[in-house]
Design a protein around this ligand. Sequence first.
Ligand code: SF4
Length: 313
Amino acid sequence: MLLPSEWLGKPYYSLDAYLKKEFGEKVYKLSLDGGMTCPNRDGTCGTRGCIFCSAGGSGDFAGDRRLSITEQLQAQKAMIRNKRPVRKYIAYFQAYTNTYAPVEYLEQIFTEAIADPEVVVLSIATRPDCLKSDVLELLERLNQQKPVWVELGLQTIHESTASYIRRGYPFSCFETALEELHRREISVIVHTILGLPFETEEMVLETMRCLNRYPISGIKLQLLHVLKHTDLAKDYLDRKFQVLSRDAYLSLVMRCLAQLRPDLVIHRLTGDGPKDLLIAPLWSQAKRSVLNDLHHRLKEEQIWQGKDYSDNP
Ligand code: SF4
């Protein structure tokens, strides 16, 4: 198999390769906290949040919300520049639900982020039930200035799992949001979680095959992390489910990659939960070695992204 040259030698289309193709050099992500909360926590659609979500609203690596957006950008750039010379960045609004605020406020913080000449992409993590028409119009306008990515936390297509994890919206809501974003030519990246309780391998593969049929441009395959002080941790400690072993996870990722459309950019293949909060799986802390093993096994077993896609277009 001759891999596409833009994949830069990897058996899948990594975010790194995509960014090098689009921007001609390495681009780094700066994780920001826009000071918002989440309708799944404030009582609008739930009070306890998604079952796996930490108190930091899945933004444990994001900047300090007491700082302005410009200050957060400067602080994070300084940390990266200490290690390597970098000139281009993605402003990533990561913590909580980043379109859950009045549109005037959103316009102010997003405009502040893209005003930075070194920011080349505005990326916004949010929920599909938090994209009202005025917000969509704002994103469409901003997308004319710099590329806007919307990252939707879907996690799974299966309603039974969605109910267990307390996602708080049905799959049809995701479909509607996707249609609206696609109509406005805004790129969508979908977050999925591998290893969710009670999901079989086939259910995970169904999520991958289903997403292939939608106009998305990228996907994150996040390993399920059990974090302290979450309801998921209680169920885990009560032995209601087990986390994936390292080997099971690697096999599952490989099968997912083989099924995914070859044009989908792979934004993440694992993830390392915050060290002070992570209960399991502890093997995930050695992220570099997990990824090295994955690359080795993909090569050895001759698996590449989209290898089995033609069987299920
Ligand atoms: S939608 Fe996001 S921020 Fe809100 S509870 Fe779920 S994971 Fe946490």
